[in-house]
Design a binder for this molecule. Structure first.
Ligand code: ADP
Ligand code: MG
Length: 691
């Protein structure tokens, strides 16, 4: 069944009344391209509003409806940085501000002409000695008594949409919701006293109905687990090859250190998997600097000992090059042939490489995506190692698995320490090895917190640092919006910092961020990695990979805006050489409680797994899990609390369903297929069709 054709829920949002191109665009920004997306666009919160005659009657924090007349529009002095304020007066002459951030100011200009009365609904709060309403939910020209409701849903918006508009579209989409065959086991239903799917959707929009929301979250988790387990089952169905290494090459390795217990254990787990005929699907999880590379090398040597080839896939050209240099040096005593293939290899060089792969002269190939192009043929590929796993979507992994004659074993590596409770959600299709022990003798990184206002001192500090010949990172926050673009304020701020620091340090400064063309990004990164540039201005692009031992200082601006896990990842870029390293966190003037805690944890600890748990704790309920860049494990409905509460059951239920009905052909299986479409995990279904 193709539910996208058959079911009106899968029709495009434009089939709803009142959706022309002007509305379709902001809807798309929110990811609401189909009717079902609108039905699943659950309210962010519910408010109960009261009409007040004048501001004196409203309490701070209260949701009010009040008649206001705009007296003045105040644009930020520095456009793009501060908020846009509309000063307004109630009928008694009390003043308050209507405050807008970013692009929302366009709406304000249109909706609140000076001298005209409007009914404004929003949350009253205080800014200094002034009352204000930030981003009012409604601005109406006529009476607003109808807004005084109990439990009014408030939806996430994007520019060009208003609350009434989106509420109307959601209502239309809910009219198209009818009962679907149930995918949840009856037992699970009874345990939780959940409503049926169609009722759950309607209830979740009407009030904060907890069972309804839980049911929908469970559905999403079930869909995710099902899809991951289908990937796993598909991998298992492929004919793999049992690889047994005799240890001859590994014995010749001449490592300058003793492997840690965690490394030895991981190698043993990998070796155990590779001995099986079913292809390995294992994730090696270990903090930056935990020593994943040598574990990967051991795994690759097992493959070579067994007469096969191994390939290591890196997310960027620079990382591929770094891995190549390291692995070639380490593998030299073993005699295993290591080669590098990137998109840059052309002509003769490329042909030589391809030949070497085909005739088996090359044992270990390191490279970027180029190593899996159609033209690249291996003599006998036994193992694929994927570095920085989270950059690759499940779909990409699937196309890799199709490469070998028999399905190769797969080892994925990630430097993101994920809390145990979330590993299942993100990597449910894989077995996990954890490097939870750092190699001995790691230098602690001094972590300091300074107010952003001491910027001038900071710049002077960087100048002294660079004068010693060492390098430094300067990180600016750049927040990615739901639609994948960045906040324009952030780009402007990063560019401005770059301009200011270039003026001071000349061409010793380079910049990288996600909006730059890949070639330019790579070239800048390489200038820094090779030492020609001394100061790298960056956004979170540098999170992954890059190893520059003489970069021993990192400055992070507005550090409180980063998540704990992210700060930890960033900081891991320094402290990689023998010199003492420092990380300076610049913070804004006012910090939330959470912001304070974050900075104090990051100051105290360098243990990624600990920080990941704390990160989860601080984020808590209400926070969506949308961090995985490949986008295939981001949840739209389930928040962190629900993930922790419901995932174990959802995963177990998914497993049970797959065990009983791996082809999803039973009535419940058919229903589950629809579920996979609803949550855009239809790549799970595609696998069924293929096999
Ligand atoms: P990551 O897990 O971030 O990829 P690497 O594999 O790059 O970490 O290792 C970081 C550094 O630690 C490398 O210089 C590596 O040689 C070194 N190293 C790895 N394992 C050990 C160990 N058991 N003892 C000492 N140093 C080690
Ligand atoms: Mg690494």
């Amino acid at each position: 069944m193709r539910p996208d054709i058959l079911n009106p829920l899968f029709a495009e949002s434009q089939t709803l009344d009142g959706v022309g191109p002007k509305v379709a665009k902001p809807l798309e920004k929110l990811g609401l391209t189909r009717v079902k997306d609108l039905a699943y666009h659950l309210p962010e919160r519910f408010v109960t509003r009261r009409v007040i005659a004048d501001l004196d009657h409203g309490a701070e924090g209260e949701q009010v409806i009040i008649a206001l007349t705009a007296t003045e529009h105040r644009a930020a002095r520095n456009p793009g940085r501060g908020p846009y304020r509309v000063m307004a007066q109630d009928e008694a002459g009390n003043i308050c501000a209507l405050t807008y951030f970013g692009r929302a100011s366009y709406t304000a200009k249109k909706q609140l002409p000076v001298g005209e009365k409007r009914w404004v609904a929003g949350r009253l709060d205080r800014y200094g000695d002034m009352l204000q309403i930030v981003h009012p939910d409604h601005v109406e020209t006529s009476s607003a008594a109808h807004l005084a409701r109990v439990n009014e849903p408030v939806y996430a918006l994007s520019e060009g949409l208003t609350q009434p508009k989106i509420a109307g579209l959601v209502a239309q989409s809910l009219e198209r919701v009818s009962a679907l065959p149930e995918w949840i086991e009856p037992g699970q239903f009874e345990r939780a006293a959940w409503p049926a799917w169609s009722d759950a959707l309607k209830l979740a929009h009407k009030d904060g109905h907890e069972q309804a929301r839980d049911r929908l979250a469970y559905d999403e988790l079930l869909a995710n687990s099902l899809a991951l387990l289908l990937v796993r089952a598909d991998g298992r169905r492929r004919r793999g090859q049992a690889l047994v290494g005799d240890g001859a090459l590994r014995a010749k390795l001449d490592l300058p250190f003793e492997m840690t217990g965690a490394q030895k254990r991981s190698v043993a787990e990998i070796e155990g998997d590779m001995r099986q005929e079913a292809p390995m699907l294992r994730l090696l999880q270990g903090d930056v600097g935990a020593g994943k590379t040598v574990v990967a090398l051991e795994a690759m040597l097992i493959a070579v000992e067994a007469g096969k080839q191994a390939a290591l896939l890196a997310p960027t050209e620079i990382l591929a090059r770094q891995h190549f240099e390291t692995l070639r040096a380490m593998a030299a005593p073993t005699g295993a042939q290591v080669a590098l293939l990137t998109g840059r290899a052309k002509g003769r060089e490329r042909e030589g490489l391809l030949m070497g792969l085909l005739n088996g002269d090359i044992d270990i190939l390191v490279g970027t995506h180029a190593i899996f192009q159609d033209a690249v043929t291996y003599r006998d590929l036994g193992l694929v190692v994927i570095d920085e796993q989270h950059r690759f979507g499940v779909q990409q992994r699937l196309s890799l698995a199709a490469k070998g004659r028999a399905a190769p074993h797969t080892l994925a590596m990630t430097a993101t320490p994920i809390p145990r409770s979330l590993t299942l959600a993100q990597y449910g299709e894989m077995d996990v090895s954890r490097l939870d022990e750092l190699p001995p003798g790691r230098q602690a990184i001094d972590t300091l917190v300074f107010p952003q206002s001491r910027m001038e001192e900071m710049v002077a500090g960087v100048e002294r640092h660079l004068a010693t010949g060492q390098q430094a990172y300067w990180v600016c926050p750049m927040v990615r919006e739901a639609n994948g673009t960045y906040q324009s304020d952030d780009i402007a701020a990063a560019e401005a910092r770059y301009a200011a620091l270039s003026e001071r340090f000349g061409d010793a400064v380079v910049m990288v961020h996600g909006q730059l063309k890949p070639e330019i990004k790579d070239a800048n990164m390489e200038r820094f990695a090779s030492g020609r540039a001394k100061l790298l201005i960056a956004t979170t692009v540098i999170e992954v990979g890059v190893d520059v031992p003489s970069a021993t200082l990192m400055v992070i601006e507005q550090a409180e805006r980063f998540g704990l896990a992210q700060l930890h990842q960033l900081r891991g870029r320094v402290g990689r050489g023998s010199e003492k390293s420092r990380c300076v966190l610049l913070r804004g003037e006012t910090l939330s409680e959470t912001g304070k805690k974050r900075l104090s944890y990051i100051k105290e600890s360098q243990d990624g797994f600990f920080l990941a748990e704390k990160d989860l704790e601080l984020r808590g309920g209400g926070e969506l899990l949308g961090t995985r860049q490949s986008g295939d494990a981001a949840f739209r409905i389930a928040d962190l609390e629900q993930v922790q509460k419901l995932l174990p059951a959802a995963h177990a239920d998914a497993r049970l369903l797959i065990e009983r009905d791996g082809g999803l052909t039973s009535a419940r299986g058919e229903a589950a297929r629809v579920l996979l479409y609803l949550f855009e995990r239809d790549w799970g279904v595609q696998l069924l069709r293929g096999g």
